[in-house]
Design a protein around this ligand. Sequence first.
Ligand code: GDP
Length: 200
Amino acid sequence: MNLHNVEFIKSVAKAEEIIRDKKTQIVFSGKSNVGKSSVINKLLNRKQFARVSATPGKTIHINYFLIDKTAYFVDLPGYGYAKVSKSERMRWSNLMESFFKEYSHITLGCMIVDARHKPTSDDCIMAEWFKATGCPLIVAANKFDKVKSSQKEQNILLIRETLNLHDDADVIGFSALKGTGKDELLYRIVGYSKGSLQKP
Ligand code: GDP
């Protein structure tokens, strides 16, 4: 099995189109502009597979990528973009509520946060949604390349504390730009994927 065999399946805007089959689902979430698309592209070794958004907050879709016909990478729509309209915000909430309401399809949550800052209140809400599923959760602290070496450990701790993570949830310093943390994150993703993927 290999991570290079990637297929775009579909882009979903309606609750009834959410995929709930038996395949593994690795669910990626993060605020707009945190680098979620860049992280997914880095993991898949693609330049532009997940669309790097030109207009943050504009796309309220769930995107599904199928890896080697066995596991989905699920790209949830970004949140927390200040300039979206009330109705767009509502669409986002409704879609997310549907996604998390019945959650047996979720195998692993992968939250992308900004390594430079304290997680936002939206990040905290998202973490609570993931925690409520009982699924394992990994946090990738992206843009780690922009954090001073002396600050790195402290920032990881702040993220862990602010999101109130369980001891078994990993926080990984990640840089989609430099590739930092890629192997570690892939290793965890593969490990949690019910053995359906192998370490690349
Ligand atoms: P998304 O809205 O969360 O999908 O974010 P994008 O993937 O579109 O990235 C938002 C911006 O952050 C882009 O300008 C990226 O080039 C930049 N970016 C993403 N990841 C990193 C990273 O690890 N380090 C740095 N320095 N910039 C990054």
